[in-house]
Design a protein around this ligand. Structure first.
Ligand SMILES: Cc1cc2nc3c(=O)[nH]c(=O)nc-3n(C[C@H](O)[C@H](O)[C@H](O)COP(=O)(O)OP(=O)(O)OC[C@H]3O[C@@H](n4cnc5c(N)ncnc54)[C@H](O)[C@@H]3O)c2cc1C
Length: 595
């Protein structure tokens, strides 16, 4: 491997290193997967398909949009890039923050109303323990529409076959969904096959656990029943407007099996493409640290490649609520929950029977006790207390003695910054690339025994460079070659880090990062390095929309015939499914009545 001349430590250049790594070709493949081209489309001479309303993306936004439009009397084509429906939503936990007075809230005596919900989600005074405000940058028009249609969306979902777990609304799985009432409703998986497991959940969990498949499969059935034509493996590549930058949106350009397909929309196009978290260049607009090493919850089943936003921006659409994307709350970025595999999102456990396990490649290892491992960056240096966790997230009753809109709320919030993730993304000395680079969990064979891990495939991904084993710490550092490791890990640095940590175990005090009473030395070979890099989750900013889910341009004017909702839309900092389904319904209803 060639040494770089301008690197004082004699590291090879990033290009040299990746070129020589066994997995460099993999990096190119990933880059190609999420590369997006959405050139401005000229009016085609031929339309292969035609409907009143064309919905793009068959996830949490697109399916409700398509059903609502079809039930509003429109003919509907639903275009989906993947070979199956569902997007992130089918993999989700099915925890839905619907409030404002749902029948289930009423049944269990929860006091809520559209006004309370609106007040909660626009309250400037509520901040997280790390000082970030959840709701201050929400768009009031967008939130008002959500608050007014949230409860009715719950009833609508029930009427369209979604079974909710029969229990009181709670806070499980929710964040940034308001302080005044518990709002999480949970969709039961019933007997639907779960993508990540490859089969249904155990019968005793069918109506008591919560999973997104219980939202998506009933809606898919309802869409088909309503006459929606679903075109799988059709990827939208651009929007067609009457003139490149003026006039109504009259259809989409797509590709199917490598061939172009033009689909005319007589009334409107609805974008439900699910945001931009998988598009490295797009996500770095909001947070330059989010370089390519960060994988995304939902991958490798579905990639949020920003194709909806980029297609709309190409014809003049505006972005909106950009602050919400980089605010550090909830699950914007998460600590890896599964280590030793590429896709380590904590709530997504890929199992060998999954139809896409060949892409996920490993189940990963779950860490019960972070006294069993240290976490180091690509320079082999520890960066924070390994036992530290997530960015915090507000939910029902998190602010005690809450008075809406009162500056006094801040007195009841104890400042507690959780900077684990910031430290992980801080980068290493001498690296100007942007993000923090890979994070590796380092542990020994004693830790493997204590945790009860099996450290061979399919539990860990050795083939693609997400798990390594060696008999010495120095050899372990030398072995770490991975498509995202921008420079080799210096063996002496990792040796020093481990020796220093072991001395903290002896003294009972972590003098560097304050880990409480470090328990176990890393001393018994073989030693292991497992990928433990943070994972990106939500897109919380996107296209500018109004209360009717019309997309607006940079002058604040409606782009006729173009609608959007869910993670592709901006102005709303809330995790997940609830805003997507509500906005999908709003967009579908309005598109159907468009002229
Ligand atoms: C593992 C996991 C767990 C989660 N758990 C929860 C939870 O418990 N509660 C919660 O509220 N939220 C949860 N979420 C978040 C929630 O699933 C998403 O916020 C929600 O699904 C987003 O809906 P959407 O319609 O915007 O996008 P998606 O549901 O992702 O749907 C977008 C669809 O558009 C398709 N698409 C994209 N581009 C194109 C194109 N150019 N042409 C055609 N089709 C295209 C995609 O393939 C995809 O099918 C979770 C997410 C994940 C990944």
């Amino acid at each position: 491997m060639k040494r770089s001349e301008n690197d004082p430590k004699g590291f090879p250049s990033r290009r040299d290193f990746i070129k020589s790594s066994a997995t460099g070709a993999g990096a190119a493949a990933v880059a190609a997967l999420v590369a997006v081209e959405t050139p401005a489309q000229t009016r085609p001479t031929r339309w292969e398909h035609e409907a009143d309303v064309v919905v793009v993306g068959a996830g949490a936004t697109g399916l409700p949009a398509a059903i609502q439009a079809a039930e509003g009397g429109a003919s509907v084509i639903l275009v989906e890039a993947n070979t199956d429906v569902g997007g992130h939503a089918i993999l989700s936990g099915g925890n839905m923050a619907l409030g404002g007075g749902t029948s289930r809230q009423k049944k269990y005596g929860v006091v809520d109303s559209p006004d309370i919900l609106y007040s909660d989600l626009t309250d400037w005074s509520v901040v997280e323990p790390n000082g970030f405000p959840d709701y201050r940058y929400n768009d009031k028009e967008v939130i008002r529409a959500f608050a007014d249609e949230s409860a009715s969306t719950y009833e609508w979902l029930v009427a369209h076959g979604v079974v909710f777990v029969d229990k009181a609304p709670d806070i499980a799985g929710g964040h940034a969904c308001g302080n005044s009432a518990p709002r999480e409703h949970h969709t039961a998986p019933m007997s639907w096959p779960v993508v990540q497991f490859g089969g249904p959940v155990a019968p005793e969990k069918a109506s008591t656990s919560s999973l997104g498949v219980g939202l998506i499969r009933p809606l898919e059935a309802a869409a088909k029943k309503a006459g929606v034509q679903i075109l799988l493996a059709h990827k939208m590549t651009g929007l067609v407007r009457e003139n490149p930058n003026t006039g109504k949106v009259i259809g989409i350009a797509a590709t199917h099996q490598g061939k172009p397909v033009n689909i005319r929309a007589k009334k409107g196009v609805i974008l439900g493409t699910g945001g931009h978290s998988s598009n490295v260049n797009f996500r770095r607009i909001f947070d330059p640290r989010l370089t390519e090493e960060y994988q995304v919850a939902g991958e490798p089943y579905s990639f949020q490649d920003a194709s909806g936003e980029i297609a709309a921006m190409t014809i003049g659409a505006s972005l909106w609520g950009a602050y919400n994307q980089s605010g550090e709350f909830g699950q914007n970025v998460t600590k890896a929950g599964w280590i030793g595999c590429q896709y380590g999102y904590v709530n997504l456990s890929w199992q060998p029977d999954s139809p896409i396990f060949s892409q996920a490649r490993a189940t990963g290892l779950s860490v019960k006790d972070y006294h069993d491992a240290i976490l180091v960056n690509m320079a082999g240096l520890r960066f924070y207390d390994e036992t530290a966790g997530q960015f915090p997230a507000n939910n029902y009753n998190f602010v005690k003695n809450y008075v809406p809109g009162s500056y006094r709320n801040a007195a009841n919030i104890k400042y507690e910054p959780s900077n684990f993730l910031n430290a992980a993304m801080a980068g290493v000395p001498g690296d100007t690339h942007g993000g923090g680079g890979p994070i590796w969990a380092i542990f020994d064979s004693d830790a493997v025994k204590r945790e009860g891990w099996t450290v061979v495939p399919p539990h860990v991904d050795t083939a693609q460079g997400f798990f390594f084993t060696a008999d010495t710490i120095a050899d372990l550092a030398r072995k770490i070659v991975n498509q995202y490791q921008r420079r080799p890990m210096p063996p002496d640095a990792l040796e020093n880090t481990v020796a220093r940590y072991n001395s903290f175990v002896d003294s009972g005090k972590d003098e560097d990062f304050g880990k409480a009473s470090p328990k176990y030395k890393i001393q018994t070979p073989p030693f292991h390095a497992a990928w433990a890099t943070p994972v990106i989750h939500d897109t919380r900013s996107g296209l500018r929309i109004n209360a009717k889910c019309h997309v607006l341009d940079l002058n604040g004017n409606v782009i006729p015939g173009l609608y959007c909702g869910g993670e592709t839309a901006g102005g709303f900092s809330m995790h997940g499914l609830a805003r997507c389904t509500v906005q999908g319904r709003i967009a579908g209803r309005n598109a159907a009545s468009d002229t």
